[in-house]
Design a protein around this ligand. Structure first.
Ligand code: SF4
Ligand code: SF4
Length: 172
């Protein structure tokens, strides 16, 4: 997945008034080109990073849209069909220990008393791409990239790296 360099779109004044609702709801997702294998390994080992996932296969060509499908269609029986697609994000502060984080709500471990403890450039792409809703701070759902769900966007980007993620997560 190509990088998504976007201009620093921080709006500190609005975000401080909001109090960081997005960071208290769910940490944003990284894209593969933001982290080296070593960074993923070290992040999982330290507990700062986790593997979250998209339930099912995020690839359109592997998604079965037939509600009556008995599981025998070509999309469902593809040999590389994923049951879930892992991606990397910071840990939710209150999630259970371990490399896998199923939580869908929670405050980001990297949120400090005055906001994100990372520079804009070092933040997960999901955080960089979230657009501030100045008319209604805290109700921010639009992304700079054309996607309704950055989680899906990230899961799709990490599909070619599933084996590596699972290998790193299984390391002691
Ligand atoms: S929810 Fe919106 S306004 Fe609030 S901190 Fe996040 S981006 Fe800023
Ligand atoms: S990495 Fe920073 S901007 Fe992203 S959710 Fe965590 S605290 Fe917020």
């Amino acid at each position: 997945m190509a990088g998504l360099p976007i201009l620093n779109n921080e709006d500190l004044e609005t975000c401080r008034r909001c109090g960081g609702q997005c960071c208290k709801t769910l940490p944003g997702a990284y894209l593969p080109d933001q982290l080296s294998e070593t960074q993923v390994r070290d992040g999982l080992a330290s507990g700062n990073l986790v593997l979250a996932w998209w339930d099912g296969d995020p690839r359109p060509e592997r998604t079965c849209f037939d509600a009556d499908c008995d599981g025998s269609c070509p999309r469902c029986t593809a040999s590389d069909k994923l049951r879930r697609a892992y991606y990397v994000r910071p840990r939710n502060a209150n999630s259970k220990p371990g490399p896998f984080d199923a939580s869908t709500q929670g405050a980001c471990l990297l949120l400090g008393p005055t906001g994100c403890t990372l520079s804009f450039d070092a933040r997960p792409s999901g955080c960089q791409n979230l657009l501030v809703n100045r008319a209604n701070p805290g109700d921010c759902h639009d992304y700079a990239v054309p996607t309704k769900s950055f989680k899906h966007f990230a899961a799709l980007a990490w599909v070619p790296h599933q084996e590596m993620l699972l290998r790193l997560a299984s390391q002691p």
